[in-house]
Design a protein around this ligand. Structure first.
Ligand SMILES: Nc1ncnc2c1ncn2[C@@H]1O[C@H](COP(=O)(O)OP(=O)(O)OP(=O)(O)O)[C@@H](O)[C@H]1O
Ligand SMILES: [Mg+2]
Length: 282
């Protein structure tokens, strides 16, 4: 069994470990994505040339400790932040890495923080209907709302549709945010730490939902801190360390032969958590 081997500096990116799903067509490709932020008087490079491919029907988990730039990368992909350098393609078209909605009609983002993600002035039904209305849909809207609320385990729909975000728990808000993101049936769903506000069983429910979406053909890119959730849900792991993807591949292949110290550290953390829990009498 491999244990934690201490942090070392990655000198170069590891080649991805190929697996069967790698044959599916890419829906999103990123090349050399770079982003700097000003910290006081200095510029700090948060993303240092990220390369990543997400394929149709795949769940890709971007895994890494806090502060490595996971949300920053998601905000760039979703067009909320401009990258300093890099190139991207989405559905075979050039995706401008600028703060723009252009080219992003077929993607949805679930924000990490469900408290700021929902407008306090919109009821649950209006929150979920908003993206459909923007796209000009007019028919069977309430049936669709009921369907997506059931999919995120908020049932019966009548108990939730007229509530405002202030009348929901953090976990319920996160599920409404996910319902809103999937209501338009996006080709790519970006889910930034979608289970961090949920209890364990609700979290597993959301991971199963994301897997189900992928099996229906949606591409899902998810960020998580913990390797156990990543391995549960993903076909492909990408380990992000200080702004670079340093190791990637199928979960089984990475767990069998972790190369980077950061990967071994994430494995050791997941293993300690599982061992501690297995000692509890449940
Ligand atoms: N607008 C900003 N201005 C300056 N620094 C920023 C800004 N946004 C993020 N940062 C910094 O960039 C780094 C990466 O932040 P980011 O939110 O992407 O991390 P993360 O990997 O998502 O972390 P977590 O797992 O805690 O959500 C952090 O050090 C953060 O402080
Ligand atoms: Mg984050």
């Amino acid at each position: 069994m491999l244990g934690f081997a201490g942090h070392g500096r990655a000198t170069s990116r590891m080649p991805p470990v190929e697996c069967a799903d790698q044959a599916a067509p890419p829906i999103l490709s990123l090349e050399g994505v770079t982003k700097r932020f000003k910290a006081g008087r200095q510029w700090v490079e948060i993303l240092k040339g990220v390369e990543l491919v997400v394929r149709r029907g795949q769940v890709v988990a971007l895994v890494g400790p806090s502060g490595v730039g996971k949300s920053t990368l998601f905000h760039i992909i979703a067009g909320l932040l401009e990258a300093d350098a890099g190139a991207a393609e989405f559905q075979g078209m050039v995706l401008p890495l600028k703060a723009t909605h252009q080219g992003r009609q077929a993607m949805s983002l679930v924000f990490q923080d469900p408290y700021s993600a929902l407008s306090p002035h919109l009821s649950v039904v209006d929150t979920i209907l908003e993206p459909l209305r923007i796209k000009g849909h007019k028919e069977n809207l309430y049936d669709r709302v009921r369907q997506v609320l059931a999919a995120v385990n908020l049932a019966p729909a009548e108990s939730y549709v007229n509530r405002y975000p202030g009348q929901l728990s953090g976990g319920q808000r996160q599920r409404v945010a996910i319902a809103r993101a999937i209501v338009t049936e996006p080709a790519l769903l970006l889910a930034d730490e979608p289970t961090s506000m949920l209890d364990a069983s609700a979290g597993i429910g959301i991971l199963n939902l994301l897997r189900g979406l992928a099996e229906g053909g949606t591409a899902v890119l998810i960020t998580v801190h913990d390797l156990a959730s990543a391995c549960y849900v993903a076909d492909h792991l990408a380990i992000l360390e200080t702004g670079e993807i340093v190791e990637e591949g199928a979960p089984q292949a990475i767990l069998a032969h972790p190369v980077r110290p950061i990967t071994r550290s994430l494995m050791a953390a997941a293993r300690s958590f599982c061992t501690a829990n297995s000692e509890l009498e449940l």
